[in-house]
Design a protein around this ligand. Structure first.
Ligand code: GLA
Length: 424
C-alpha cells in the first residue's frame, strides 16, 4: 500500500511536470506567451480569498489608483504612500512584479504642480493693486463615492476630461465656492515639481516595478487621422504649458530614476486609425529627440462589437512595432454594450442582461483578440485585466466585462481564454 502511494505520488509529479498543473491558472496557461496581469486595490490584496485568486491566476500587478500622481502626491510635499505600499509589499512578499501606473496624466493628477509655491511649499496667492487677495468662484462637488475624496473623478467635464455628456448619475450636485486665485507656475516650476515626483515614486518602488506608464492619454480624441501634429494632442494643462516637451522630459526623468524599467506611453482607443497615427507620430518624433520610450500600452476597454475591429487591432500592433519592441495590453476588459474607450460617462449597465447569446459574443471577442496577441508573443510582454472581478470593475458589475463574476468565480469566458489549446 505504502509502495503504491509512493508510486502514485512519483507518477503524479512526473505527469504534472510533463503536462503542467491539472488546473492551471491563467499565468500558467500563458507562460510561453506573456504575463497575465490584473489591476487591484489594496482591498483586493488584503482579503484572503481574493489574494489567493490573484496569486493563482496572475503574475503582474497594477495598482488601480493609488500610484496616480493625484493620489500619491496630492499636495506639494504631501505623500500618501500607504495604499501603494500595501500593494507593493504584497508583491514583494510573493515575488510578483508590478507595472507602475502612472507618472503623468491629465486626470487624477497632482494639479497643484500648476500653481506657484513659495519656499515653504505654500501656494502663492494673487494680490490686486491694493495688496488684497483676488478671489474666484470655482465649481465644487460633494464627496464622490469611490474616488477617494471631493475631487471629481477622471475625465469629469471641465477638468481636462475628454468625456462628453452630462453629470454622472448619482453624482453630487455642483455648487460654487469662492477660493483665492493662485499664481500659475511657470514651465520651469512645473518641471521642478514633476521631476521630484517622478524621481521619488520611481525610486521608492524600483525593486518591485518592472515598467511604468510614464505618460497616460496625452493624445486627442479628434477622430481625424490627417490632423496636423499640434492638433493630435489633448489640450491638457501640461500640454498648454509645455507642448509635447513634457512627454519627452517625463520619459528622460523616469529613465534617470530607473534605467532598467520599461517605459511606456499608454492610451485608450490606441487601435483606431486616428489615435494610432497620433501615437505613432508622437513616439517617433520624441524618440528622435531623445525620449527613451521603450513600450506602447494599448489600454483595452473594448466591447463585444466592433471596438476594436480585429484588423485595426493588428494594424496598430504592427505600426507600434516599427517604433518599440514591447507592447502591452494594459487595461483589458470587454463590456457588453456599445460603449468603449476611456470615457467615464458610461452607463453602469443597469438593466443589462447577460444572455447566452451575449456571453457567446463576448467569448468570441476574447478568443479572437487573444489569438492575435498570442501571434505577437515575441513582442507582447503582458496582458493586464482592468480589475479582478465583475464586482470590482470600474464599469460596474452589470457590464460583465471580466473573466470572474461578482462572487469571484470563473465565468465560462475564463475557460475560453485559459483553455485556448483545447478550444481550437
Ligand atoms: C483610464 C486610466 C485608468 C483608469 C481607467 C478607468 O483608462 O488609465 O487608470 O482610471 O481609465 O478606471
Amino acid at each position: 500500500m505504502k509502495k503504491f502511494t509512493i508510486f502514485a505520488l512519483i507518477a503524479c509529479v512526473a505527469l504534472t511536470s510533463a503536462c503542467g498543473p491539472k488546473d492551471p491558472g491563467l499565468k500558467d496557461a500563458y507562460k510561453n506567451y506573456f504575463k497575465i496581469g490584473v489591476a487591484v486595490t489594496e482591498r483586493n490584496v488584503t482579503d484572503s480569498l481574493q489574494a489567493a485568486l490573484i496569486l493563482k491566476e496572475f503574475n503582474s500587478i497594477t495598482a488601480e489608483n493609488c500610484m496616480k500622481p493625484g493620489e500619491i502626491h496630492p499636495q506639494a510635499g504631501v505623500w500618501n504612500f500607504e495604499k501603494a505600499d500595501i500593494i507593493a509589499n504584497f508583491c514583494r512578499e510573493h515575488g510578483i512584479k508590478m507595472r507602475g501606473h502612472n507618472l503623468v496624466w491629465h486626470s487624477q493628477f497632482a494639479t497643484w504642480m500648476f500653481t506657484k509655491h513659495d519656499k515653504n511649499g505654500n501656494p502663492v496667492v494673487e494680490l490686486d493693486e491694493k495688496g488684497d487677495t483676488v478671489w474666484v468662484e470655482r465649481p465644487s462637488f460633494g464627496r464622490f463615492p469611490g474616488f477617494g475624496g471631493g475631487n471629481p473623478p477622471a475625465g469629469f467635464p471641465g477638468f481636462g476630461g475628454q468625456r462628453p455628456g452630462g453629470q454622472r448619475p448619482g453624482a453630487p450636485a455642483m455648487q460654487t465656492t469662492k477660493t483665492p486665485k493662485y499664481v500659475a507656475a511657470s514651465k520651469e516650476e512645473f518641471y521642478d515639481s514633476l521631476k521630484v515626483h517622478i524621481n521619488t515614486v520611481v525610486n521608492r518602488y524600483k525593486d518591485v516595478i518592472y515598467c511604468w506608464d510614464v505618460v497616460n492619454e496625452a493624445m486627442s480624441d479628434a477622430n481625424n487621422p490627417d490632423a496636423p501634429y499640434e492638433d493630435s494632442f489633448r489640450k491638457s494643462q501640461a500640454y498648454q504649458l509645455c507642448g509635447d516637451e513634457f512627454i519627452k522630459n517625463a520619459f528622460i526623468w523616469a529613465h534617470e530614476a530607473d534605467p532598467n524599467a520599461g517605459l511606456f506611453y499608454n492610451d485608450y482607443s490606441a487601435w483606431t486609425p486616428a489615435k494610432r497615427t497620433y501615437i505613432y507620430n508622437m513616439v517617433k518624433k520624441l524618440q528622435a529627440e531623445g525620449a527613451p520610450i521603450t513600450g506602447i500600452g494599448m489600454q483595452g476597454h473594448y466591447n463585444i462589437f466592433d471596438n476594436p475591429t480585429l484588423e485595426d487591432f493588428e494594424t496598430a500592433i504592427n505600426m507600434y512595432l516599427e517604433l518599440v519592441d514591447d507592447i502591452q495590453i494594459t487595461e483589458f476588459d470587454i463590456r457588453i454594450n456599445e460603449e468603449a474607450g476611456g470615457g467615464l460617462q458610461f452607463s453602469r449597465g443597469e438593466g443589462q442582461v447577460y444572455t447566452e447569446e451575449i456571453q457567446k459574443q463576448q467569448e468570441k471577442k476574447y478568443a479572437d483578440l487573444f489569438e492575435i496577441m498570442r501571434k505577437y508573443k515575441k513582442n507582447i510582454s503582458c496582458v493586464t485585466f482592468w480589475n479582478l472581478s465583475d464586482r470590482d470593475s470600474w464599469l460596474g458589475a452589470n457590464n460583465y466585462p471580466l473573466l470572474f463574476d461578482s462572487e469571484y468565480q470563473r465565468k465560462p469566458v475564463y475557460y475560453t481564454v485559459r483553455d485556448f489549446k483545447k478550444n481550437k
